[in-house]
Design a protein around this ligand. Sequence first.
Ligand SMILES: Nc1ncnc2c1ncn2[C@@H]1O[C@H](COP(=O)(O)OP(=O)(O)OP(=O)(O)O)[C@@H](O)[C@H]1O
Length: 643
Amino acid sequence: MVEGRLSLESEVQEIFQSIDEGRNFLLSGGAGSGKTYSLVSVIRQVLAENPTSKVACMTYTNSAVKEIEERVNHKNLNVSTIHDFLWDNIKHFQKELKETIISLANNEEISKISIDDINTIPYSFFDILPEGIQYKEFVRLREGIISHDELLIVANYLFEKYPKLSSIVKDKYKFIFIDEYQDTSKEVVDIFLTHFKKSERKNVMGFFGDAMQSIYETGIGNLDEYKGDEADTVNEIPKKQNRRNPQLVINLANKLRKDGIIQEPSNDPNAPNMLEGIVKQGNVLFLHSNDGSISNVERYLKENYDWDFDNSKETKELNLTHNLIAGKAGFRTLMDIYDKDHIISFRDRIKKFIKENSITNDFSENTFGEVIQILQAGKIDRELSAVSATNTMQAFIDINAELYEYSKSLNYSEFSKIYVDKDQLLDDKKKDEKDDNKKGSKRDNLIKHLFKIQTNISLYTNKRYNEFLRATDYRYKITSIANKRTLKENIDNLIHVGDKTIDEVIIDADEKGISLIDDKLIDFKEEKEYLYNRVKNVKFSEFQKLYEYLEGKTPFSTQHKTKGAEFDNVLVILDNGGWNNYNFGNLFLETGSSTVLDRTQKIFYVCCTRAKENLAVFYHNPEAQVIDKAKEWFGEMNVIDIS
Ligand SMILES: Nc1ncnc2c1ncn2[C@@H]1O[C@H](COP(=O)(O)OP(=O)(O)OP(=O)(O)O)[C@@H](O)[C@H]1O
């Protein structure tokens, strides 16, 4: 056997057998079975055995990126998101890219890529583009700019049509690994498992994941249609043991899985869930109350089970959405600006009306207010209501009268281009600070700038002075002890932001050389004046709260973002706030629409299996049958009314 393999886990040895046979493989296993751990072992061994080959590894979760970075450091390893990987590999084929987009745009069945509803687009359409086709956070197909969703469709088409592209990628990367494969889209899986076959070149694709943890609608869910025993199918290697969870969590997880996979604790005495050679028991609790107060739940867990909610590394409270967290974590105003601006919704209503009614007026010189007036003129009843604010929009406008007046004074063409979405505020990064500007990030340039300021402040406060000097303008300025003193005073001033607004801190940080105002920010101010003006008046301390949250330094996480992570104490809040996609009541009663049930079961499974010691689930006002089921799942004694 090749050196080093013998010391590896048996499943990883099986993976190497597959690699020796040139077969694609899938490492599948329940939560905590050590898939991410195995992935890293495979990468290390592959790099050791193939010193001249390049390895690509794609992953979505921050925890996997962190683990890979901690355990592997090699120039031949390329860790990225799937989007960045695809774009890096197709971006130089501009001629083919242009043709592809035009073909797709002319294909009526592909509604996501459309340039003109009526006329066929000529193949010379993009010839005039100075920068060719680009991949950005927003989409403007007429200008040759594609974004996340389009990229996958375009890449799929390119690999299907040009087998040479597959040959190039296979030659470049002898090994391509995809973590959390279950949340990868069908278009991507097809590239690697179907279109790649059109090229004779050899490489090995490895998938890692768990079908029960497929929690994004766009994901393929499972690889069932590609698995098999023949050489050209995907070789599944299952992992049955659990190294993370205590026995009581494993028992619960086994009840929640719907595919019959039953996990057992590993026989590794050094596994994290073992204590002196015996698996830990842990705690599972189902707490409920009729007041719904989360702070009471926290108090109960603190007093009775010693949970420390100030320790964000050990203890996490998992909520379904960022919106449920924003208030508790202290960034409500910013969240509302990016997620609940009903003047922007009203503008979208107007835009839609213009598009759907094929109104061809030239509004380029008009203000938003004038456009509303022009559209409303002479209309009554239903026609008028189609171009008027809805009740929700009107209620928002009434409270924000000044903001509405201001929006009406803006040039309509400019205003209509501003794209506002919560991802621009909340997108978390997959890589380290240096990569913050990587094209895959959905954060907008204002938020990126604020991150830069706060990152630099943090570098300084954490005494990482060399990195601080590299990141700021200070490397040019520090020439004497006196300079150092000024720097300290400046930073001290800046750190104590007190009640300063975001605008004030941006100017301060610029003047003090901590983060200079760059072209990107200047362009943002000009192009997205409305949004900038809203954000600039928010206190910088609120942004700092958001920063802490996104850096994982608060006890809060969304249920989706917790995938791949693990904590000692996990509190899962089951919020039955009338969601379309989730229903926690139905989860316990096993009723309702099967897709909603399936989705809810999966997110609940992901959440519960994060706990390394203690798991608590909180349910506000459960029905008697929910309590009965909870007793069955958690044990009679562990279902507690804390009202
Ligand atoms: N062979 C091993 N030796 C030591 N520790 C391991 C080993 N395999 C896994 N672990 C540890 O067990 C825990 C669970 O492993 P890991 O996070 O890789 O599981 P996973 O299958 O990726 O889980 P999930 O699907 O829930 O994200 C981690 O703390 C990991 O470091």
